[in-house]
Each structure stands twice: as structure tokens, then as C-alpha cells.
Design a protein around this ligand. Sequence first.
Ligand code: HGY
Ligand code: MN
Ligand code: MN
Length: 408
Amino acid sequence: MIPAIDGASLLRALDELARIGAIEGGGCARLALSDEDKAGRDLVTGWMKALGLEVRVDAIGNVIGLRAGRENVSPIMTGSHIDTVRTGGRYDGNYGVLAGLEVVRALNASGITTRRPIAVAFFTNEEGARFQPDMMGSLVYAGGLGLNEAYAAADRGGVSVGDELRRIGYLGLAKPGALRPHAFLELHIEQGPILDEEKVRIGVVESVQGISWTEYTVTGVSNHAGTTPMRLRRDAGYLAASVTLFARKLALDMGGHQVATVGSLSLRPNLINVVPNRAIFTVDLRNTDEAKLKNAEARVAAHIAEIAREERLDVEAKVLARFEPVIFDAGLVDRVEHHARALTLGTRRMPSGAGHDAQMMQRLCPTAMIFVPSVAGLSHNVKEHTEPADLVAGAEVLLNLMLELAER
Ligand code: HGY
Ligand code: MN
Ligand code: MN
């Protein structure tokens, strides 16, 4: 029997997982290694076992469900993440993991044992919303970050990754990356407006743009908002606000794929009548072109230095994440396009604006991504939505591509 995706099962699983950490408006909040993340992990791990997968938890909490093949050779792996940002939607990451489980369900239902084993993974802390860097679990898996460095990463409250992994019971024994895939595929929502605007059903992802995350701690002098003349101020909040404006203008001036975001900003003492003496804010810069990204970083840094000098402020910069653009395996990208078109689905090649675990897995093996449309390009927003027919279509492309690769 030809295996096919059980669309109803996929949609049910997405709904059930979305109930964990559910927030107003239909989204999810399952910050990495939180109680909600643990509950999501427990649910998905249970589904893996129910599908007959051998479940392995590694030392950074990555979870891999393994389905034996006819031969004991390197597996075809698919996966993504099930941690979310605080205002998360229900598809970002979750969709790729649950579609991977539906591939397994389809193989089970058709009684097929593929030559290569099949693996379905979810990686720890892809979002980087609580602990940085993002894509932490897959970065450790790919050998790009040491375990101890990852364990030491702490959230704003000083709680560390290592302590949280232990607390939620996901500090596993398997060595990250010991299971080296023959190929890795990640099915994901686009999270941007392109496929939806162009009415194209499948995005054939050729690359992931470079990411630069920096946290700035600015120190000035708190003073009375009424009595302190402007010439005497050392206003930390002024620098933070100035960077927000500068970064936006920089991205617009540079054009192309350049984007810039000051997404997190806190002032101290944060009172209406006190000039702030401390500002902590983050700058997220991205570009598909590494040289342009470097140029953007340099221009932001120069602006900050200039304002700090004028306003007599101290500034400390801390790099939270820095990944160069990643190009996926051309042959595998071609196969994504082939299988989408074989299902008469329209396709368009594109870069990924968001970071993904796949960008780390490309360090280990040929990797590619499949995108489905995000309605109105919304993501990291509770209104994130993808049409059910597109969710199922993406999973069918994943199934057919994995079947091909698993027989090679
Ligand atoms: O920030 C990102 O692109 C991803 O959601 N971690
Ligand atoms: Mn994601
Ligand atoms: Mn995300």
C-alpha cells in the first residue's frame, strides 16, 4: 500500500500540542526548559513511543525517535523544535516535528521498512527566547557549541540551562551528534509573507540568512527629570532609543534582505520623573550576505560609540548569537523541488529569513528545508496560521522525499 499522510491525525496532533502552554488568542508559550516545555516534551515523546520509535535523549536534551531500517546504516532524519517564544503560534517548529511523526505513522500503516532507518527529532531551545544562543540544541549536536558552555547559559533570572535540563528530567545520556544522519530535512512554516502573497504552496529553501544578536548594557547617571538641564544629562534611555531609530533607518537604507530589530529593552529605574541611568537592550541584525551583515554590525557599533561619547555613557556589548549565512545542499534542494512538483504543487526558491535547526545540521550532512505558507506572513504571534491543506501538502512532500532518500 502506498504510504500517505493522515491529515486528520496531523491536525489533531497540532491542536493537542497547542493546548500545552496555550495562551490567549490561540497561540502557545512554551519557553525552553520551562514546565510547559517539559509537558510538551513528555507528550511528544509519548507519541514517539506509541509509534514504536526507539527514543533517545541526549546530554543537551535533544530527543530523537528512531525507526529501524532494513540495514543498520545512517538514518534519514527530519525534525525541528517544540519550544516557542512567549507569544508563539502553534505551528513554528511544532509542525515539522509532528509532520515527521506522521511520516512514521504512514510507514507503519503501509507496513514499509525502508532501507535506511528514519529518525524524527526535536532539538532543545531553538528559539533562544529564554537562553541564548538560539538553535542551541542543534548547534551542540553539530559540534558548534560545547556542552559546558551550553549548560552555563542562564536566563535573565540567573537560572542555567544545565539546572533546568536536570530539573525537567531531560538531561539525557546520549552523546549529542553521535547519531550522524545521512541527510536531514526540516519542514517549517515560512514565517514570512512571500509564499502567501505569491500564492505559492511550497517554498524550496536554498539558504538561511546570517544572524547577529548583541545585548548592550548602557550605564549613565540617574537624575531629576525636572531639574536636570539637558546639557548635564547622561541618559542611558536616550542611547537605547537612538539605536532603535538608527537600526531601522540603516535597514531601510541598505535595502535588500537587511533587517534590524531592537526587540528587548529595559530601563532603570524606569520611573516617569527620573532620567534612566541604565538601559539593557538587544539588537537583532540579519542579512543573506555576510559582508553586508558585517557592515551593518559595524555601523550600529559606530553609532553607539558616537552617542556614548556625546552623552558620556559607558556601554558593554555581549554577543548572544552570531551565525553566518548557510547554503543548503543543492542536490537535496533540487529533490525538494522535484517532489513538490510531482504533487503538482507550485514552488519557488527562497532563502529563510528565520533561523532553523537545519542551518546547524548542514554542518553534519546534506540538509534542506521545505516551507509552507504563513497567512499574512505572521509568526512569533498568536495569530500565526497556515491552511490545513498546506500543512498536509508539506507533509506529503516530506514523506515522499524521505521515502526516496531512505531507499538510496
Ligand atoms: O530567531 C529566529 O530566527 C528563530 O526563531 N530562533
Ligand atoms: Mn522555528
Ligand atoms: Mn521561532
